[in-house]
Design a protein around this ligand. Structure first.
Ligand code: NAD
Length: 256
């Protein structure tokens, strides 16, 4: 099927480089005819993200650090001016200090806990709050989570707790926004080698374990996540909201 997202305007947040899951999602969306707006976090990644965005004709390119309310507000204003109507939001953003992703969760600092939750969980509500009024024709919001939200995974620590908050936020946002015909879901992806994954200690051994134990005996590819995100943003998933969908080659179902 082609053109599933023709005439749809989608905001994609979380591209840092060509390995970013958000970039794989953007490619799946563009292949189905979506018009995209990309945000970049700061000047450090601006050039890299701009070059990627320019490969998708007609896309917008805007700055937004999700810890700054004024930047989210200005993003919503710019989207209204350029798109008028928004149909989708891809939230593919997370952050925790490196020192929190090593050792024991019990050692998490107050500041590290707050920062991880602010960027990785609250930002979904903060952005949804400002952009849902633009979804006047209905819409679909999706975010990225990980198995560490439900299981105590070594070294994932505070990020697992933040992902649990993110998954609960998905359900509350789905309940709030459903009457506006806006759906909210998350993809729980298997481990993928990206910039964010670099911060997690022993990532290579996690990948090896998934390859050995997942039912499909392979690690997750970003393009697999991209295509599921595309499904979630399309009318094909119109009966699904408040869900966590696993794209992990089945790893989450396996016992010890
Ligand atoms: P990535 O490093 O490419 O993407 C993370 C993005 O978060 C970057 O674009 C970064 O700029 C952005 N970001 C961080 N702080 C921000 C801020 N204050 N304001 C705006 N943007 C900010 O890594 P990724 O693996 O593509 O991560 C994307 C999402 O997927 C994250 O939520 C991550 O937790 C999730 N995820 C990743 C994996 C994996 O194994 N890579 C698995 C499951 C879920």
């Amino acid at each position: 099927m082609n053109g599933l997202l023709a005439g749809k305007n989608v905001l994609v947040m979380g591209v840092a480089n060509d390995r970013s899951i958000a970039w794989a999602i953007a490619q799946s969306l563009a292949a189905q005819g979506a018009r995209l707006a990309f945000t970049y976090e700061n000047e450090r990644v601006e050039e890299r993200v701009r070059k990627l965005a320019e490969t998708i004709p007609g896309s917008l390119f805007l700055q937004c650090n999700v810890t700054v309310d004024e930047e989210i507000e200005s993003l919503a204003v710019q989207l209204k001016e350029s798109f008028g109507v928004l149909h989708g939001l891809v939230h593919s953003i997370a952050f925790a200090k490196t020192e929190e992703l090593d050792g024991m969760f019990v050692d998490t600092s107050r500041a590290g806990f707050a920062l991880a939750h602010d960027i990785s969980a609250y930002s979904l509500a903060a952005v949804a709050q400002r952009v849902y009024p633009l979804m006047t024709e209905g819409g679909s919001i999706m975010t990225m989570t990980y198995l560490g939200a439900e299981r105590a995974l070594r070294n994932y620590n505070v990020m697992g707790v933040a992902k649990a908050a993110l998954e609960a936020s998905v359900r509350y946002l789905a309940a709030d926004l459903g009457p506006h015909n806006i759906r909210v879901n998350a993809v729980s992806a298997g481990p993928i080698r990206t910039l964010a994954a670099k911060g997690i200690k022993d990532f290579n051994s996690i990948l090896r374990q998934v390859e050995e134990k997942s039912p499909l005996r392979k690690t997750t590819e970003a393009a697999e996540v991209g295509d599921t995100a595309m499904f979630l943003l399309s009318h094909l998933s119109r009966g699904i909201t408040g869900e966590i969908i696993y794209v992990d080659n089945g790893y989450n179902i396996v016992g010890v």
